[in-house]
Design a protein around this ligand. Structure first.
Ligand SMILES: [Zn+2]
Length: 399
């Protein structure tokens, strides 16, 4: 994309009202627009980043679950069946009456909706196991703070699994943990996995994924050597590898729960077993805070110049910078040839060369390709990586 065509609102001024580094950089880099009250819009630049993260999540989820889409506008009936409607204030959801005096809410979570959907398809043991997921918006009437870290409207990946028994659930739960680890590694996150034993089902019934960051609101101990973490702050050494633990703050980026039959009992989601008995479906649920991930990645990956995310996340891998108007045709040729393989932003002269450098670093471009004086004099194109490493190559090599 040519910079002169890009809808971007990159700011030259510092952002004074940001409460954390990610909020500051996201506003400065023009990724998001704050509408106030914890609601945000994404510019084209921000949407590209969100799409990249969604794609990483989708690639892993498609291996173990089927993508669906559920309703955001939800009538109260299913919530009354699960017993959660009466808690809507504690559960922080937006609720209202429509013009027919019917109760509705905006989806804060989808356990009720997914059970409602599964109930019309699951009849017998032959229909199980089943795992579905969606990536979409959620609404929570929470105290918004720290930009995308805690917003009233946000994007989540939520998955739900349905099983005949706990053995099926345990297997899917392990598959999810593996997929989550892969996702967070591909996104370039340093994270811990915190287990919780909730008792009734034996063993760990939940796993929380925390990205280590000062901006996080959870305190936990993290192993210096592996991904083990715990909210029991009195521990001295890692249960997995025996290494030292340190107390840190973290951002919750994912959570896996073994729900058991809590929802299927209250909402009558059952199936016929092989022997003809009726049994409640055993469930698991698995969330990832997709829009929050943008903030978590930035919190962990930034430097004095701006955002330093990896090429799986960056809106543009490469910037081609036209640094001398006399070589415009050659710069365009380089841009067009690279664009066939990767996402390239072409600084086509609308910004000064200095401004282009500054902005490319701020928005997290991985490498800058400069077509200017050295091309004019020696036919060489300069490649500069984010860490400052430079090399010169023949134009023909690049094209
Ligand atoms: Zn360890």
């Amino acid at each position: 994309m040519r910079r002169s065509d890009l809808f971007a609102t990159v700011s030259k001024e510092s952002v004074s009202d940001a409460s954390c580094r990610s909020e500051e950089l996201m506003q400065k880099a023009g990724l998001i627009h704050s509408y106030g009250s914890g609601t945000f819009g994404y510019t084209h630049l921000g949407k590209r980043v969100l799409d990249n993260i969604e794609q990483v999540v989708r690639d892993e989820m498609d291996e173990i679950a089927q993508e669906v889409r559920m309703n955001l506008l939800q009538a109260s009936e299913l919530w009354k069946q699960s017993g959660r409607w009466k808690n809507f204030e504690a559960e922080e959801f937006f609720h209202f009456e429509n013009r027919d005096d019917k109760d509705f809410c905006l989806a804060a979570t989808h356990e009720e909706a997914v059970v409602g959907m599964a109930r019309s398809f699951v009849r017998s043991y032959r229909d199980l196991d089943l795992t579905v997921y969606q990536i979409g918006r959620k609404f929570r009437d929470d105290h918004a703070r720290k930009g995308l870290l805690r917003a009233k409207e946000f994007t989540m990946k939520d998955a739900y699994s349905f099983h005949q028994d706990e053995e099926g659930l345990n297997k899917k739960f392990d598959d999810m943990i593996k997929a989550y680890k892969k996702i967070f590694e591909v996104l370039g996150l340093d994270y811990s996995v915190v287990g919780a034993d909730n008792g009734s089902m034996g063993g760990d019934t939940s796993r929380e994924f925390l990205a280590c960051s000062e901006a996080g609101s959870d305190t936990y101990v993290s192993c210096l050597n592996c991904d083990y973490g715990s909210k029991d702050l009195d521990l001295e050494e890692c249960h997995e590898c025996g290494s030292k633990l340190e107390a840190v703050n973290g951002i919750e980026i994912g959570h896996c729960f073994k729900l058991g039959t809590e929802y299927s009992d209250s909402m009558n989601l059952d199936f016929d077993t092989e022997t003809g008995d009726k049994k409640s479906v055993v469930m698991g649920c698995y969330g990832i805070g997709v829009s929050r991930l943008i903030a978590a990645i930035i919190e962990q990956n930034n430097d004095e110049k701006g955002i330093a995310w990896n090429s799986n996340v960056a809106a543009f891998d490469t910037a081609v910078i036209l640094a001398n108007g006399e070589v415009e045709d050659s710069a365009l040729e380089v841009y067009q040839s690279l664009s066939e393989k990767e996402d390239v932003l072409m600084y086509d002269g609308r910004l000064s060369t200095g401004e282009a450098f500054h902005e490319a670093d701020l928005i997290g471009v991985q490498r800058k390709i400069i077509v200017g004086n050295s091309f004019l004099e020696d036919g060489l194109i300069e490649i500069e990586k984010r860490n400052g490493d430079k090399e010169f190559v023949e134009a023909s090599e690049m094209i």
